[in-house]
Design a protein. Structure first.
Ligand code: GRF
Length: 199
């Protein structure tokens, strides 16, 4: 089974969705490593509770942090990185080591509302629909080829918290589906386009 590493920075609910799917036999890849750039990330305890190896790689010095990620992923024979609530921008060094092998989950319908506080951006703009996007990571911020998107309605009385919670439910499902697409070799990247084959 293909081996994946999950990078987190905080709560790790997207990571937990992957670990729960794996425990239920619904993930066609094996999460063998969880790496956080923050030692205090609550998601590390969640990973340990699932019996997954955890490591901390400080990104205060990004080059050193990325080298640690490279060393750990080589040691664990990891084929895919999943950025699940990981809040740091990767350099070309790591991206070139994993060409179309880094999947990110973002809480908006890219290219709308890239970067931080995407849910708040959507509310402030006044869109009727937002959602989430999984994409392969390229050199830009939230600009890589899109794998899947899920649409979420914005309700008139939504707050940043209520909209974020509604989007987060879709993030969990969308990320599991995207990792399964990859694990089943259903994804092929042609420039900006990701072709998802049936099956
Ligand atoms: C999620 O909305 C994720 O898309 C964003 O941060 C939120 C928390 O993610 N990057 P998680 O619970 O740490 O997975």
């Amino acid at each position: 089974m293909k081996r994946i590493a999950i990078l987190i920075s905080g709560r790790g609910s997207n990571m937990e969705a992957l670990l729960k799917a794996h425990a239920a036999g619904e993930l066609q890849a094996e999460p063998v490593l969880v790496i956080s750039n923050r030692a205090a990330a609550p998601g590390l305890d969640t990973a340990r509770a699932h019996g997954v190896r955890t490591e901390v790689a400080s990104f205060k010095d990004r080059e050193a942090g990325e080298q640690r990620v490279l060393d750990l992923t080589r040691e664990c024979a990891v084929e895919l990185l999943v950025l699940a609530g990981f809040m740091r921008v990767l350099s070309p060094t790591l991206i070139e080591a994993f060409p179309n092998r880094i999947i990110n989950i973002h809480p908006s319908l890219l290219p709308s509302f890239p970067g931080l506080h995407a849910q708040r951006q959507a509310l402030e703009y006044g869109v009727r629909f937002s959602g989430c996007t999984t994409h392969f990571v390229n050199a830009g911020v939230d600009t890589g080829p899109i794998i899947r998107q899920s649409v979420v309605p914005v309700e008139p009385d939504d707050t940043e918290e209520t909209l974020s919670a509604r989007i987060l439910e879709q993030e969990h499902a969308t990320l599991v589906h995207s990792v399964n697409d990859w694990a089943a070799d259903r994804l092929s990247v042609e420039g900006r386009h990701v072709r998802v084959s049936a099956g």
